[in-house]
Write a protein that binds this ligand. Structure first.
Ligand SMILES: NC(=O)c1ccc[n+]([C@@H]2O[C@H](COP(=O)([O-])OP(=O)(O)OC[C@H]3O[C@@H](n4cnc5c(N)ncnc54)[C@H](O)[C@@H]3O)[C@@H](O)[C@H]2O)c1
Length: 396
């Protein structure tokens, strides 16, 4: 196989690092350029900065092979044939997409771009940003082929999904599309070609579709629960050997660094006209408030210590970015006597306690993240468990 030099800008993050490992594992030479000195050092020592299935085994192997290195700053970009950009793209305090970090990173790296390189934008962006990047590079006097190839992995499963999912590639010029397709054919033969604006929307729709489905389930859950009925039993009846409803999700906190902000990206791009998206935000972000108001009516919260099981935004993860467990914690800390938090994977929160100590001190427990190890728990006090990890039903 033809060997390329690939540089990944933002390469020690949740998207960049697995992608770099996957390319290196498939025979490419990869340098991860990042501004996070601690992450660069960890990666070069063969240690993962976050949880990712299969990565603990793969990372030391590709580092030892010499095919993957991490580098502080952007100096190493110049020797690459392909530069992949995966800087974070959050929404700002007004809930508008903030692509400033991507543009600033491009400006900061401008001196190291070399005419003829392929630049692959892989951050999630709203329609028109690839065109903006093309103009920015031209304005900097650089002649690069630009492609937009969105990342669609589920965090934590990237190493599997980078090869098992089709890859969307897009560009305005045939040469950029062909070069990008050739790059991703290293990972999978399954390539879907689009125009950049189509690909930008395709990525946003992928996440928004999922977010709306979670919101639908959460709203139906609240309706059933208000009638004193167990949504999980109803959902089983709806989905059991009934393919047209088979993908109905269960209730639970739907959050994390992507679904909410990508829904808001569509709203902002579409002049704030995204009724279904906004409704989904209200439902999903409102679920912790619903839970707390139900608990308030049923229990004497001011006299109780509440334990929250799971602070990561989803089961099996150590990522707390935009986790609704923290919204729940905030609400409960106003209403309850005390709130105690635990999580088997999260390492960045000094308030996290061991599971046993939280269970021993709590009068009431909320399972906020469906970590698999909670399934075996014997909990003596009342439990709120929207994900039904403990199998006792989801009624509050
Ligand atoms: N996390 C996911 O599961 C996921 C899935 C699909 C798409 N995405 C998208 O991928 C993009 C990146 O998300 P992420 O979760 O990997 O973010 P992240 O914060 O984990 O990673 C971003 C990395 O970029 C680095 N960085 C920031 N500014 C830099 C600069 N100027 N130069 C070099 N490095 C810089 C950071 O230190 C960090 O390591 C976002 O647009 C996100 O929406 C994320």
């Amino acid at each position: 196989m033809f060997e390329r030099n690939v540089a990944i800008l933002g390469g020690c993050g949740h998207v960049g690092l697995p992608l770099g490992m996957a390319f290196a594992d498939h025979g490419q030479t990869v340098v991860l350029c990042d501004t996070n000195a601690a992450a660069v050092e960890l990666v070069n020592s063969g240690s993962m900065p976050f949880r990712e299935a299969g990565a603990e085994e793969l990372l030391p192997r590709v580092i030892a092979s010499g095919r993957l290195t991490a580098s502080l700053g952007v100096g190493a970009l110049g020797s690459a044939e392909v530069v992949v950009v995966v800087i974070g793209t959050p929404v700002d305090e007004y809930l508008n997409p903030d692509i400033g970090a991507v543009l600033r990173a491009l400006d900061g790296a401008a001196d190291h771009f070399v005419d003829g390189q392929l630049l692959v934008l892989r951050s999630t962006v709203y329609p028109g940003v690839t065109a903006l990047v093309e103009k920015r590079l031209a304005g900097l006097g650089k002649d690069l082929d630009v492609a937009f190839c969105p990342e669609r992995i589920a965090e934590g499963h990237a190493l599997d999904e980078l090869s098992s999912l089709p890859q969307i590639v897009s560009g305005r010029h045939a040469r950029a599309v062909e070069r990008a397709a050739e790059l991703f054919r290293i990972l999978t033969p399954d390539i879907v070609e689009l125009l950049p604006e189509e690909a930008e929307l395709a990525k946003l729709f992928t996440n928004t579709w999922r977010y709306i489905k979670f919101a639908t389930a959460n709203q139906l859950y609240m309706i059933a629960n208000d009638f004193g009925l167990d949504f999980d039993r109803i959902r089983h009846a709806v989905t059991y050997r009934y393919p047209r409803a088979a993908d109905m999700p269960g209730p639970g906190f739907a959050a994390g660094p992507c679904l909410f902000k990508d829904t808001m990206q569509i709203a902002a791009f579409n002049e704030n006209r995204f009724t279904l998206g906004h409704a989904s935000v209200m439902i999903n972000e409102g679920l912790p408030l619903y839970v707390v108001s139900k608990l308030e009516r049923r229990y004497d919260l001011p006299s109780m210590t509440v334990g929250i099981l799971g602070m990561a935004f989803k089961g099996g993860s150590d990522d707390i970015r935009s986790s609704l467990s923290y919204k729940l914690k905030h609400l409960l800390s106003i209403k309850a006597r005390a709130v105690l938090c635990t999580d088997p994977y999260v390492t960045v929160d000094p308030d996290i306690r061991p599971l046993e100590s939280v269970l021993a001190s709590s009068d009431l427990v909320v399972v906020a993240t469906p970590h698999p190890q909670y399934a075996e728990l014997a909990v003596e006090v009342p439990v709120v468990d929207l994900f039904n990890v403990l199998g006792r039903g989801v009624l509050i």
